[in-house]
Design a protein around this ligand. Structure first.
Ligand SMILES: *Cc1c(COP(=O)(O)O)cnc(C)c1O
Length: 435
């Protein structure tokens, strides 16, 4: 495969951008090699600057559920562009997006921000203000963006760098004061007993529990019924449950993972699909909580470009397209389920120990005999084998997420042809991994 132009761009990038990338997971550190620089993307495909074409399972790390360069999103952007790009005063499209999000998710009010990180960070500030308590609880291997207090046992991007944090509340990043990290308690995901123990000991000090209702950031993990039960018990102690649906919102259905699995929560965070490929995040909940946000309440949170007309137009067009196609989620699930079954069968045939988790259009192939119910078990996967798998696929024109601890995403643009080619590539990749 020709990669000389990507190499040249990467050399230039390394001089002016730390590590050559603007988000660490793009750098291929977990799988070796150097990143391909992308020139354009269309439907289910990425094309790099050397002209190589890849079937894309990265989906820009989640947003591109409609496929790349979707005509509905592009048309909305072109129309909005003609009106100007930012006003610093309220405009109609932000209201329409807020209304649609509330309607789809059953929330009273939302505040629009520019990223998932901003959504979770601001939502926690609100929770702390509402409860007058400082501590929060998160789960090991769940990722909630890069705010200081959330970089504790923080999953995928950090796991790929070997710095997800080893124990307790030690920060996963340099520069996070231990004093901040100490306010973030951590329990293993799906460990209902540990969660109940912690609630008994310190529940009265917790403002909130933030969690991924279906985990994408340890690879895909599903919550157990017992674990979900223990989470609900926390609410009786006055602890606010924050469902971080930044990845799962509008991906596992119009009402997200919580809608799909019947999980109740007090506050919700969204991002990724919500922006239709442009930067939008949001957090929302009942009016009595949301009214505590400035300017209606004392919890300050602001943003120069929040509700930006272009970003909001893209998100609105994407959500409307999802609403207008009621069979879409079933089709995505069918594709992903066939891919998952195919991968499971191929791994068995080639004698490669593997566990495949799939829900809706999210899936992960873990290179371990399993089971995989939490981050500790996910990290028992053979990451060297994963790296060989990743490159074997890439060499055959299939772009899998470049880390064992990520979810692959299927889009509406993936069809029978892409599925067949992916499974053929997987067959060759897995045959090269046996023994
Ligand atoms: C991606 C992600 C975030 C962070 O969103 P950014 O837009 O990257 O800041 C937060 N929570 C979850 C669950 C995510 O997957």
């Amino acid at each position: 495969m020709q990669t000389s132009r990507s190499q040249e761009w990467f050399a230039r990038a390394l001089r002016r951008i730390p590590g050559g990338v603007n988000s660490p997971v793009r750098a291929f550190l977990a799988v070796g090699g150097t990143p391909h620089f992308i020139a354009r993307a269309q439907g289910a495909y990425l094309e790099d600057v050397d002209g190589n074409l890849f079937i894309d399972y990265l989906g820009s790390w989640g947003p591109m559920i409609l496929g790349h360069n979707s005509p509905v999103v592009r048309d909305a952007l072109i129309q909005t562009l003609a009106m100007g790009t930012s006003f610093g005063a309220p405009s109609p499209l932000e209201v329409e997006l807020a209304e649609l999000v509330c309607q789809l998710t059953g929330t009273d009010q939302v505040r629009l921000v520019n990223s998932g990180t901003e959504a979770t960070m601001s939502c926690l500030r609100l929770a702390r203000a509402a409860r007058g308590r400082s501590k929060i609880l998160k789960f090991r291997g769940n990722y909630h963006g890069h705010a200081d207090g959330l970089l504790v046992q923080a999953g995928s991007g950090l796991a790929a760098l070997g710095s997800a944090g080893s124990s307790g509340s030690a920060p996963s990043s340099a520069g996070v004061p231990e004093e901040y990290a100490a306010l973030t308690l951590v329990v293993e995901y799906n460990d209902a007993a540990a969660l109940r123990d912690l609630l008994r000991a310190q529940g009265d000090q917790l403002a909130a529990i933030i969690f991924e209702p279906v985990v994408g950031n340890s690879g895909v993990l599903l919550p157990s019924a017992d674990f979900l039960g223990a989470l609900q018990e926390a609410r009786r102690l006055g602890i606010l449950l924050i469902a971080d649906e930044v990845m799962t919102g509008f991906r596992l259905g119009l009402s997200g993972a919580c809608g799909l699995l019947g999980i109740e929560a007090d506050l919700f965070c969204w991002g990724k699909i919500l922006g239709g490929g442009l930067p939008v995040g949001a957090y929302g909940g009942p009016a009595d909580l949301m009214s505590q946000i400035s300017p209606s309440g004392p919890v300050y949170q602001a943003g120069t470009l929040s509700g930006n007309p272009l970003a909001v137009a893209a998100g609105l067009a994407a959500l409307r397209a999802l609403v207008a196609d009621p069979g879409l989620y079933t089709r995505l699930d069918r594709y992903a389920a066939e891919l998952a079954a195919g991968l499971t069968g191929l791994a068995a045939r080639h004698g490669v120990p593997a566990v495949v988790h799939q829900i809706g259009s999210m899936l992960t192939l873990f290179f371990t005999g399993g089971p995989v119910e939490n981050y500790a078990q996910a990290s028992a996967s053979d990451t060297a084998r994963f790296a060989r798998w990743f490159h074997a696929l890439l060499d055959q024109g299939v772009y899998w997420p470049p880390s064992q601890f990520e979810s692959a995403f299927v889009s509406a643009a993936h069809g029978a042809r892409e599925l067949e080619r992916t499974l053929a590539a997987a067959d060759r990749a897995l045959s090269g991994l046996s023994g």
